[in-house]
Every structure is written in structure tokens, then in C-alpha cells.
Design a protein around this ligand. Sequence first.
Ligand SMILES: [Zn+2]
Length: 169
Amino acid sequence: MRCPFCGSEESNVKDTRPAEDNTSTRRRRECPSCGGRFTTFERIQLRDMIVIKGDEKRQPFSRDKVQNSLQIALRKRPVTQDRIDKTVSAIVRQLEATGENEIPSLKIGELVMKALAQLDTVAYIRYASVYKDFRDPTDFNDFLGEVQKLKEDGENTLTSIGLNKKKKA
Ligand SMILES: [Zn+2]
């Protein structure tokens, strides 16, 4: 495994342990050239999935991309890295379970939204406001209505980011 710091081809494994409910193996590595430390994950990949984008372009499914969308939506939110990793694994498992080799990007977006709705209301709104591409403010108001229904108990979060003010004008 190439060292991300100095590019050396060698690395020594210092520690190996199961991660994420035993669905992956985590290895701590150290580079003998520069002493840099980094972590790698080994996971089972059940099948090679292809993502079909809205413009019909195809690209290999990337777990990292799913992970990135979640990380961006959850930036500075009180959700642990471990929960994020598990959520990404759950999304990948759901996609694999469909048995399809070709996955519409829309489908992935929906799974990410669902997961975020359960994890963190603020992150959910962040992601959905980009993903749903609201055309005008009423769309957004309708959406917030849905969020309210979805998460009656998430009221405090909505209030904390000032999105809960204008109900029942
Ligand atoms: Zn190095």
C-alpha cells in the first residue's frame, strides 16, 4: 500500500482489527521511509455495480462518493464517524441487495436522503435542498412541511437553524 505522505511503495502493518460489525478489516500502517501513519479498510465487494446518471452517463459505483455526500451533509453535525461509516455500509448493502448491476443515481440519492432523515435533520435538509433542486420558495416550504411530519420529534433541531419559525402565519 503506497504511503500517502511520501509515495513510498512499502508500508508495515502495525495493527489489524475488525471494524463496522465485522464487515470490514481495519489496518493501521506505518511507512518505513517517512514514519507516516495511515489506516486502510478491507471490505467484501459483492458485485461491480454501475451507476447510471441523469444524463445517461455510466460510471463505476463508488462507495467513497456515497461516503463523501454523507460527510459533506453531516459536516460539523454531532454524528460520530462510526455511525457515518455504518450508514454508508448499510446503503451499499441495500444497493447490493437489489440484485441489479445497474443502479440509477436517483436511487442512491433517495437512500442517502432516507439515511440522513434518520441520522440528523439538519444534514437531511442540507442534502435535500441541493438534491431536490427547489425551483421556488413554495417548493421549499412544502418540503419543510414533509420534514415536519417526518420528524415531529426533531423540532429543536429545526428551530436551532431558524427553519422552524414561520409556521401558521
Ligand atoms: Zn512515507
